[in-house]
Design a protein around this ligand. Structure first.
Ligand code: PLP
Length: 380
């Protein structure tokens, strides 16, 4: 089945009791049993809920996976993956990943005896020297926030495959299944913050995992029901609705992204533009190989590279709302130095390319001319 058809129909059957075309919001905590342990597949809503079941089938299908699991947030999905591990196990992760993932690893899981190694994963070969018999997981994210660095998923998976004990999990939040399918490239697990593009309307917090291996699905399902970070049925309904338009939204995000990236590049007051669709972007060749488009996420610096100039820009945009998060239909702007990456010491931040004026855009699906006009008046 082609992607557009799958995004609309996957997981959804007319409701058996009424014929309702949309899966109802089963707002219930428990299910009546005909006799002890005699039930219709649903016992208690932490373990299963029909709205969630429909969504989990859709999640599996959109990533070309056999199984999907929904969680109450993206970080809850990440948390479940790490709970597959034991004290003493080692994880290799990318040095520039989502800040909340880094916080979860360093502040929560290190104290349980897990060892994390951080490498520049833009060159997959950097992983190999860190592998030993305790290595159990490689955590990759691509493209990354905010510099849109690209990790070669097939190359990382090929390295992991030489060692039977190593799983590869890819955070596919930025690319979405419309642009990239890590399971097809050899990854074992795909993780999403469905809060972003999958939900697509800035109205839910949710996460998910997709995989092909039934044993792995059983372990992750056990963690999901045992630790309880499950989304409610209303949020599952909204995620299911969001997925139905993912391809249409993403098509426009990509079109607008290209127009805005080119506009920024031509503006004499703009310094560097980080968008993985530019041939001078360091990850361009890999992006072209593993993605079907380049998306609407980008960052840029101002030639007048200081916090004050950036702040003036950030308080002048009218359509681009100043907010954390990304992936909704509306355009958002964010200042890593004072918002998402403020906890990183300035020296270290600048060394990694996150200069004082770096601005990140989540380009929405409004009219591109209006968005450009807004950026133009704010850059001044
Ligand atoms: C937002 C985000 C997360 C965390 O997801 P939540 O839904 O906020 O818990 C993880 N990875 C990436 C790339 C994100 O953008």
């Amino acid at each position: 089945m082609k992607q557009a058809t799958k995004f609309i129909h996957a997981g959804v059957e007319p409701d058996p009791s009424t014929g309702a075309i949309m899966t109802p919001i089963y707002q219930t905590s428990t299910f009546v049993q005909e006799g002890p342990a005699q039930h219709k597949g649903y016992e208690y809503a932490r373990s299963q809920n029909p709205t969630r079941t429909a969504l989990e089938k859709a999640y599996a299908a959109i990533e070309n996976g056999k199984f999907g699991l929904a969680f109450s947030s993206g970080v809850a999905a990440t948390d479940a993956v790490i709970k597959l591990l034991q004290p003493g196990d080692e994880i290799i992760a990318a040095s520039d990943m989502y800040g909340g993932t880094y916080r979860l690893f360093t502040k929560i899981f290190e104290k349980f005896g897990l060892k994390f190694h951080y490498v520049d994963m833009q060159d997959a070969k950097n992983i190999e020297p860190l592998i030993n018999s305790n290595t159990k997981l490689i955590w990759a994210e691509t493209p990354t926030n905010p510099l849109m660095n690209i990790v070669d998923i097939a190359a990382v998976s090929a390295i992991a495959k030489k060692h039977s004990q190593i799983l590869v999990c890819v955070d596919n939040t930025f690319a979405t299944p419309y642009l990239q399918n890590p399971l097809d490239l050899g990854a074992d697990i795909v993780m999403h913050s469905a809060t972003k593009y999958l939900g697509g309307h800035s109205d839910i917090i949710q996460g998910c995992l997709m995989m092909n291996d039934a044993g792995l699905r059983e372990k992750l399902y056990f963690i999901q029901k045992s630790t309880g970070a499950v989304p409610g049925p209303m949020d599952c309904f909204l995620a299911l609705r969001g997925i139905k338009t993912l391809h249409v939204r993403m098509q426009r995000h990509c079109e607008n992204g290209e127009k805005i990236a080119n506009y920024l590049k031509s503006n004499t007051k703009v310094g560097r533009v980080y968008w993985c669709g530019f041939s001078d972007h360091p990850g361009y060749e890999t992006a072209k190989k593993q993605m079907r488009g380049f998306g609407g996420m980008m960052s840029f610096t101002l030639k007048d590279d200081n916090v004050e100039t950036a702040k003036k820009f950030l308080s002048s945009t009218k359509l681009f709302a100043l907010a954390e998060s990304l992936g909704g239909v509306e355009s958002l702007v964010n200042h890593p130095a004072s918002m998402t990456h403020a906890s990183i010491p300035r020296e270290e931040r600048i060394k990694n390319g996150l200069t004082d004026s770096l601005i990140r855009l989540s380009v929405g699906i409004e009219d591109a001319d209006d968005l450009i006009e807004d950026l133009q008046q704010a850059i001044g």
